[in-house]
Design a protein around this ligand. Structure first.
Ligand code: GLN
Length: 547
């Protein structure tokens, strides 16, 4: 492509949250990428938290870790999965991170004695970040998702930065509003008023949307499109229908039914070849839809305030990784949320785990449900149920083995019971220091670390190489003191840090169990629909072989 100015596509949310703005932003990036442009995606999180590491996942959703270790919003995971790229830390900012920078500049006299103001100093910092990310990613186009809903007090700063960028380079900046068009059954008609009002709220901030993506449970008809176009002051072909779908990966294809990439490229003056190349993507989506044979996966964790949305938001990368691998192997996954505490109160209920094709214990923190999780892991081991442990799920797998096979009574992790005689999982020395100083933000072992894999193991079968890199987010480690003893009793540490000090993967040999493996890293963070993560692939393979 001939190099032109990078183009900036801002995505705002109208009417309400939870209508799939992140997926819409990811899909927009995808369809432009399909035209062979280099596209990158930025998430602006209006929270004052400096990063997402200190946010509660049941409130804010999963903390997604980038390869450089930055703890970010779950939408960053969506971008990576859709674009099949690894994003740098430059692509995520919060109100907190922007102010942090500005205040540091001010303390260092970088503003040369000027009064430091929200406009221009803070807005300039936002614009600098966006342009910086564009350079860092060598992007032809940058999709910027502004968190929150139009009219929120919290995102005014970012809307203002967007307005200024358009003012300066009108031909390089495009505004997209994702809106919601309700269909109240009693009225029997789709209502466009909330969309009109959301557009007006954006107008008040000096922003005229160029494109409106109308989310709804059914496709938007012609009449409604015309109404939105007229009242929101945009062209008819710039109203895009985005009906609900069971498959988020179908959304880029749905957008193209309304010619969205064409409209965007035309408005930005980019060369346009009609619908971009989404061949592989379409094949993948078709395969998903065709998969009929169900597999049942039990996710054992501490769940509270249940309600599917909370769960699916807190574990979105795990859920997606399960889907990627399952559909890739023509299986339809059904995921059940199993509250580990049930097994503490009533161990008889463990029997119900027999109905699952596989069990997963995902990452987690703290003591709630821990004994129940250990019991479930023991059940999986003794009953030959395929098992995958993710981070905490690996640590607890090793503890279970230490307790029940090695015979180390009350073995535990220092996270739960410092008095345990056998601290099979313990704090690393540098982490001890940080915890003593209440230094919690971004101080875990975060991001990509290398892992060396032993040959003739499940891990090697999965990755088919001896050196890998995966993403981490943890404070505790398998205690080196016990490794020999545990290995002697049959558990294999098939993946280790290159210096051999940190245990990255634990597994049972094939003769002992059909598939039991746990990783200290989070394989779910590197899975995408076109490239499912190897450990998840192996889990699904094991399920198929086990039947
Ligand atoms: N709580 C464990 C630790 O800090 C595991 C963390 C996780 O599962 N992400 O090491």
């Amino acid at each position: 492509m001939t190099k032109q100015n990078p183009k900036y596509i801002f995505v705002f949310g109208g009417v309400m949250s939870g209508i799939g703005k992140g997926i819409a932003a990811s899909s927009i990036a995808k369809i432009i990428q399909a035209h062979k442009y280099s596209v990158t995606s930025i998430k602006i999180d209006p929270y004052v938290n400096v990063d997402a590491g200190t946010m509660n996942p049941t409130e804010h959703g999963e903390v997604f870790v980038l390869s450089n270790g930055l703890e970010t919003d779950q939408d960053m995971g969506n971008y990576e999965r859709f674009l099949n790229v690894k994003l740098p830390g430059s692509n995520y900012m919060t109100t907190g991170s922007v102010y942090w920078k500005v205040i540091n500049n001010e303390r260092n006299l970088k503003y040369k004695g000027k009064c430091v103001q929200i406009i221009p100093h803070v807005t300039n910092e936002v614009i600098k970040n966006i342009r910086g990310a564009s350079v860092k990613n060598k992007a032809d186009a940058v999709v910027i998702e502004v968190g929150g809903t139009t009219g929120d007090y919290e995102n005014v700063l970012f809307t203002e930065a967007a307005r200024q960028m358009k003012l300066k380079n009108p031909e390089d900046v495009l505004f997209v509003m994702i809106s919601f068009v309700p269909y109240p059954k009693k009225i029997g008609e789709m209502k466009t008023k909330p969309t009109q009002q959301a557009a007006r709220a954006l107008n008040e901030a000096g922003i005229q949307p160029d494109i409106i993506i109308a989310r709804s449970d059914k496709p938007i008809d012609k009449k409604r499109k015309e109404k939105i176009a007229l009242f929101c002051n945009i062209q008819k072909d710039a109203v895009i229908s985005a009906p609900d779908t069971d498959y988020i990966y179908e959304i880029p294809l749905n957008f193209e039914k309304d010619g969205l990439s064409s409209t965007i490229l035309k408005k930005l003056g980019l060369k346009n070849g009609g619908v971009g190349d989404l061949k592989d993507w379409k094949k993948m989506v078709d395969k998903m839809k065709k998969a009929k044979k169900e597999i049942r996966i039990g996710m054992v964790g501490k769940y509270f305030g249940t309600g599917d949305c909370i769960l699916s938001d807190s574990y979105i990368s795990v859920i997606e990784a399960i889907k990627h691998a399952s559909y890739n192997q023509s299986r339809r996954p059904v995921i059940d949320w199993i509250n580990a505490e049930e097994f503490e109160k009533n161990p008889k209920r463990l029997k119900s785990l027999e109905e699952y094709d596989a069990l997963i214990v995902p990452g987690g923190f703290g003591s709630r449900g821990i004994e129940g999780k250990i019991k479930a892991i023991q059940f999986a081991r003794e009953n030959n149920i395929p098992y995958l442990g993710l981070c905490y799920g690996m640590q607890l797998m090793v503890i279970e083995y230490a307790r029940n096979v090695v015979g180390l009574k009350n073995a535990n992790t220092a996270e739960i019971d410092l008095k345990s005689e056998y601290l099979i999982v313990d704090l690393m020395p540098e982490q001890k220091e940080k915890m003593q100083n209440s230094d919690y933000g971004a101080t875990m072992r975060l991001g990509d670390y290398p892992c060396e894999i032993k040959k003739s193991t499940l891990a090697y079968d999965a990755y088919k190489r001896t050196s890998i890199k995966e993403r981490h987010r943890h404070r505790y480690e398998v205690n080196p003191k016990y490794i020999k003893q545990i290995e002697k009793a049959g558990l294999v540490f098939s993946g280790q840090s290159p210096d051999g000090k940190l245990m990255e993967i634990a597994e049972l040999p094939k003769e002992k169990h059909c598939f039991m493996i746990g990783s200290q890293f989070h394989p779910e963070f590197t899975s995408s629909p076109l490239q499912p993560n190897p450990l998840f692939q192996s889990l699904i393979k094991a399920i198929k072989n086990n039947k």
